[in-house]
Structures are given as C-alpha cells and as structure tokens.
Design a protein around this ligand. Structure first.
Ligand code: UTP
Length: 288
C-alpha cells in the first residue's frame, strides 16, 4: 500500500436528501447497521489508510463525535455487561487517526479538497466521497492503489453509467493504459449526453499527488458556480492521469433512490439477513 492519508470532503448541504439531512449529516444516515461514513472509512482502513481528514462545515460535529470515544456511554454499557454493544461503540475510533478542518465557505468539491493542502504535505493521498458506497471483494481504494503503484500518476475510479446520466458526473475519453488502467485524454464536467465524450464517469475515489493543489488554487468557479475538482484534474492530462474501472457495485447513497439501493444491497449481501430481506420484498410485491 502506498497511500496512508485520505481526505473526506463532507461539508456539503446534502440537498438531495432533504428533509432527512436538515439536522443530521447525510454521512451519518445508516446503511444497514452503521452510518454510510463508517462503511467508507472501513474501506479505506482495509486499503491501508491510517490517517483520515474530514473537511467539514457547521452542523457536522456529529461526524467527529462518531469517530471519537464516548466514555460515558462505554461506562454504561460496561456496567450493564453489554459486551457486544460496547465493542460496536468503540470500533469507529480505532479504524484510523482522525483529523478535521472547516471548509469555511461551501464553494465546491475542489475548494473543499484545497483545504487539505497543509495536512497532506508532500505525499500522494486519496480523496474519498462517502456518498459512493462500493460493494466489492477487494476494497475499491485498494484496487486504485495497485494501479497507482504501477503508473505513479493520479488515478481516478471509473464506472460506465447510462448515457442519460452523464450530466451528473465528470466524464472522460481515454485510451488503454498499463495495469488494466486507461490513460485519460479528455475530461468534461457534467456533459449532456449529446456532447459527452463517453459514458465512463468518474466516481468518488481518487488517488492524487500534491501537485493538484497548485491547479486547485488556479481554478476559477466553474459549472454550478463551484470550484470543480474535475477542472483541476483536467490540467493534469498533459502530465498523465489514469482511470480504472474497478471491480464491484456502487450505490449513490446521497440520493433517495440510491440510499434505498444501498440499504437493499447491504441487506442482500449480509448472509444472515438476506432471507428476511427477500421475504420483506415479497410481502410488499404481493397485491393487497
Ligand atoms: P455533492 O454535491 O455530491 O454533495 O458533493 P452535497 O453538496 O452534500 O449534496 P447535494 O448535491 O446537495 O445533495 C460531493 C461531496 O463533496 C462534498 C460533499 O459533502 C460530498 O461529500 N462537498 C461538496 C464539500 O465538502 N464541500 C463543497 O463545497 C461541496
């Protein structure tokens, strides 16, 4: 594993999940038995990440609390002999060392990532968007890291999306590259299907090098009046940036339908509950 540090931008408003996200950070909504964010931090830890930086905004304090110890609750559980619950409560704080910084103004993903400059220092790092939940045998970030170890240049996760959805993603044109990757030749932010260079979309896993920060500083507000990460990534094309179509299935848990999909997916992938989930589906599919 080459990557030790992961940056999690979690400062956004989560408007697609309103009203649920009015007073609860979307990252803490549960998928199956734990918050979305727990699943994704776990993916990073299984990929070798040991340090995590949350880029936050006001109202997201509960995110930091979740990854901290809660001695009062632990004492209660211990006193009551609730060993299993105690372990569950203690686990999040052990997954990595956690840091946080405030974004200050919510000015887009690129702006959020730029806040990590000092913390990242002089080494390659991951940017992880917790809306994207990936179910895979090998953690998605570990798959990217394997490619990074070969190409030594930034690598982004790619997925084929339906053409009518290209307008929601950064979309690339690419040629075959080493280690099963593709070398990216063009990148367009949220293109309409008619002008999209392909239906290969960038999803929320990136391995970047610190050079990105210079490009982020020079990036003006773009699509939607926000500083877009894609605009800075495009500047890396002449020096080399790669994509990798990861093995696994992704859900966009930041939208109502994707959130439902993520819960169904985890229910169906958890052997002890799968039969019950199937029975539930049958119950609601039957007329009456
Ligand atoms: P999204 O646009 O998907 O998330 O940004 P959002 O803004 O929270 O949600 P919607 O679109 O309003 O429903 C992708 C990721 O980037 C973070 C978000 O928190 C999310 O994890 N982000 C976005 C920031 O940290 N800062 C920003 O200024 C914008």
């Amino acid at each position: 594993m080459t990557i030790r540090k992961a940056v999690f931008p979690v400062a956004g408003w989560g408007t697609r999940l309103l009203p649920a996200t009015k007073s609860i950070p979307k990252e803490l909504l549960p998928v199956w038995d734990r918050p979305i964010l727990h699943h994704v931090v776990e993916e990073c830890a299984r990929s070798g990440v040991t340090e995590v930086l949350f880029v936050t905004s006001s109202g997201k304090e509960a995110v930091l609390d979740y990854f901290d110890r809660n001695h009062e609750l632990e004492a209660v559980l211990e006193h009551r002999g609730k060993e299993e619950a105690l372990q569950k409560v203690q686990a999040p704080a052990t997954m990595a060392v956690f840091f946080s910084i405030r974004q200050g103004e919510i000015r887009g993903l690129g702006h959020a990532v730029s806040k990590a400059r000092t913390w990242v220092g002089d080494e390659p790092f991951a940017v992880v968007l917790p809306d994207d939940l990936v179910l895979s045998k090998e953690p998605c970030l570990a798959q990217l890291d394997r490619v990074f170890a070969t190409v030594g240049r930034p690598v982004v996760a790619l997925e084929e999306v339906p053409w009518e959805e290209t307008r929601r993603y950064g979309v690339v044109a690419a040629e075959p590259g080493p280690a099963g990757s593709v070398a990216i030749r063009e990148m367009v932010e949220k293109p309409q299907p008619e002008i999209a260079p392909s239906n290969l979309a960038i999803i929320g896993r990136y391995i970047l090098t610190p050079e990105i920060f210079d490009f982020l500083e020079g990036t003006k507000e773009g699509t939607g009046g926000e500083v877009q990460l894609t605009d800075a990534l495009r500047a890396l094309i002449p020096k080399g940036i790669y994509g990798y179509q990861f093995e696994g299935k992704r859900c966009d848990a930041g939208s109502p339908l994707g959130f439902l999909e993520a819960n169904l997916a985890f229910g169906l992938h958890t052997p002890e509950v799968k039969p019950k989930v199937l029975a539930m589906l049958k119950k609601f599919l039957e007329p009456g």
